[in-house]
Design a protein around this ligand. Structure first.
Ligand SMILES: [Zn+2]
Length: 332
């Protein structure tokens, strides 16, 4: 009897350990470094407003960089963001780096002769996404990276925490390691952070898709499926919080014709997500708000018209039909 009890207890304990995060989808993303004066739970705060900056941005050309600047042709375009402290605290070294969501560790390299340490974590999103708005402007993504529901993030130049293993689930905000000061006399002192669309899972064999981490031009960055890390984190969270508001009035009642039009004409991949057009609501509302002549409208942003443009689906109660107001106008 005692033996059976302990077996049951062990089974229960194992269940508790693995059920917490297994197969969790990333329904929210945070930044890989912690904004000053914020807790991990609040870490959707943009660290650039609280103690951090990106000094070598996504798609940036770093002329003469030591990684690929000496090659012919040179590889000088950066598929990532290099995160640094604004106050230079400890030269960025020993700063903690966190998982941006609930995901699974796809790869760890602890002692790479040049990169130092790196970890790649794969995240399953709540639904298939259209990544088109997040590629570099004026580049063309290949078909396999346009739509998917998986991304992989790389956190490079870090000392990966010793308890982490490939295949292990990690929680949003779980520490992955700390930024290296130096490794093999090479100075890093920043977090190199990148996000790739990842339809095929653990199919990559190197720490970066082209094996170096810098590219000859921006189109090759897009061709390998790299998206803008900061813009994606912010855009994904916005879409998560508002996509279920399509067709909804503030009292949660539904305008079925607006929802039908949205769904039948491409949904989120075309229109994006409900957008708060400065009227204090992302909901279905009348426009104009005053007077007897009006239509019913919902604003959208983040679809094929770009993250900085919006469109609107209009419901005209007089003719009982919904239609697209305008194919993208700039958000002022
Ligand atoms: Zn970098």
């Amino acid at each position: 009897m005692e033996k059976i009890k302990s077996i049951v207890l062990i089974v229960l304990l194992i269940g508790a350990v693995f059920s917490g995060t297994a197969n969790a989808v990333a329904d929210r993303l945070i930044f890989p470094v912690l904004a000053d004066n914020h807790s991990i739970a609040q870490n959707s705060a943009d660290p650039r407003d609280y103690g951090w900056f990106v000094n070598n941005g996504f798609g940036n050309r770093y002329v003469g960089n030591p990684v690929g600047g000496h090659l012919n042709p040179p590889r000088e375009y950066h598929p990532a963001e290099d995160w640094n402290r604004t106050d230079g605290r400890d030269n960025n070294g020993n700063e903690s780096v966190y998982s941006i969501g609930d995901g699974v560790i796809a790869r760890i390299e602890r002692n790479h002769s040049f990169y130092g340490g790196t970890i790649l974590v794969r995240y399953e999103l709540t639904q298939e996404m259209d990544f088109t708005p997040y590629f570099l402007p004026n580049t063309t993504p290949v078909e396999q990276y346009r739509r998917d529901r998986h991304i992989i993030a790389q956190f490079m130049h870090i000392a990966v925490d010793g308890n982490l293993q490939e295949g292990q689930w990690v929680n949003l905000g779980q520490r992955l390691g700390v930024i290296l000061n130096t490794y093999n006399n090479i100075v890093f002192q920043h977090l190199h952070f990148e996000i790739m669309v990842d339809p095929n899972g653990n199919s990559f064999a190197t720490t970066a898709r082209n094996g170096i981490g810098y590219y000859e031009n921006q189109q090759l960055i897009t061709k390998d499926g790299y998206i803008d890390p900061t813009r994606f984190i912010l855009g994904y969270n916005t879409s998560q919080s508002t996509t279920n508001l399509v067709g909804k009035y503030p009292d949660s009642s539904l305008n079925q014709l607006i929802l039908n039009y949205y769904t039948a004409n491409g949904g989120e991949s075309v229109f994006g997500h409900p957008f708060d057009n400065n009227s204090g609501t992302a909901f279905v509302h009348r426009w104009p708000e005053q007077g007897t002549e009006y239509v019913i409208i919902q604003d959208f942003a983040g679809g094929i018209y770009g993250t900085d443009k919006q469109c609107a689906i209009v419901y005209n109660p007089n003719v009982n039909s919904a239609f697209l107001l305008k194919e993208g106008f700039f958000i002022s």
